[in-house]
Structures are given as C-alpha cells and as structure tokens.
Design a protein around this ligand. Sequence first.
Ligand code: HEC
Length: 184
Amino acid sequence: MDSLEANKAIAAVLTAGIAFMVAGLIGETLVREQRPAQSAIKVATAAAPEAAAPAAPAAPAAVPIATLLASADPAAGKATAQKLCAVCHTFDEGGKAGIGPNLYGVVGGPHAHMAGFNYSDGMKAKAGPWTFDELNEWLTKPSAYVPGTRMAFAGISSDKDRANVIDYLHTLAASPEPLPAPPK
Ligand code: HEC
C-alpha cells in the first residue's frame, strides 16, 4: 500500500467515525427516552413489595370496617375461617395452639392474647386491645401491620370475606364485644 492509499484508508475510517458520532447525536436529540410516570400494569397491593414506587397515587380510601360489618355474615365468616385459618388456629374456648394461637376471645383481648404462645417480638410490642379496626388492618395484610410477624398468611383482600371473618371472630366470646356503629 503506498502512502496515498494509506491516507485514503485513514480518511475513510475517520469519515465513517465522524458520521457515526453525528448520527448518534442527531438520534439522541430526536428520540428522547421517555419513561411513563407510572407502570401500565397495576400490581395487586397484597403482592407489592415494601418498596412500591414512591410516586404511586394513594390507594383509594378503604371502606371503614364498621360499614363492612353492618352487612357481614358470621356464618359465612366461619366457613371462610375454616378454609383459610384452621390449618394454624383453633377457635373453641380453651382450644390448643397450633402453628398460631387459639383465637377464642381475641376480639377486644390484648394483642398476643394467648398465654404461653411464642409470639413474634413485633406482635408482643403492640399495645392495647384488638379493636375491629386493628383486626381489619391485620387481616388485610399481616406483614404490614406487624413487620416480622410469624403469621405466614398473605391476608384477605376481599372486603366482604374479611368482614365476615371478623364478624365470626367477634362471636367467639362469652359476651361478644358490640359491633361498631356504622358511620352515618
Ligand atoms: C400459616 C399459619 C397461619 C394462618 C394460615 C393464619 N394464621 Fe393467624 N397467626 C399465626 C401465627 C403464627 C400468629 C402469631 C403471629 C405473631 O406472633 O406475629 C397468628 C396470629 C393471629 C392473630 C393475633 C392473635 C393474638 O393473640 O394476638 C389473629 C387475630 C389471627 N392470627 C387471625 C387469623 C385469621 C382470621 C386467619 C385466617 C384468615 C389466620 N390468622 C391465618 C398463624 C397463622
């Protein structure tokens, strides 16, 4: 290759390089990468990890448990509890603990209400009695209400099923707590 040929070759390479860069710059100016503000696919909150997008719009206001309880059905709740909870819990007075504590008298009782049961630290740290509101929050998503809970249960996403179960739990007492008055 004589020197003229070599120069031509070098020039060709340079030209190609410059053309490539310019094309890149133009391309970048014309096509700005745009990300949607929110995901097009809505992930069910029960499955969403703790690190949900901070910009996500607030969840729609939850229906108050008092409203849900006004039309709840404890018999249906018992059936649901047998299906979802009985693998770990007993419900009869004086019933033994399973993987979870016995639930007789839990409504209105203190958190970690069963003597001798090995509760998580998070549950033991919860002050005050189990109110209807708190049970509603707990059964919506146990891991959110008591981080580090030992109750390996995702929660009941259906308002109706959850209210039925809470209505049933409240019957498990010698003198059941009165149901909360529905808001006017
Ligand atoms: C896989 C086993 C398991 C299932 C299923 C389960 N639980 Fe539990 N539950 C537990 C454990 C374990 C605890 C103790 C949690 C802790 O210490 O953090 C608990 C605690 C509770 C408590 C608090 C009791 C107290 O004494 O403070 C309530 C109320 C409760 N469960 C209700 C339910 C209901 C209602 C269902 C069904 C919808 C259910 N659980 C399903 C294992 C389970």
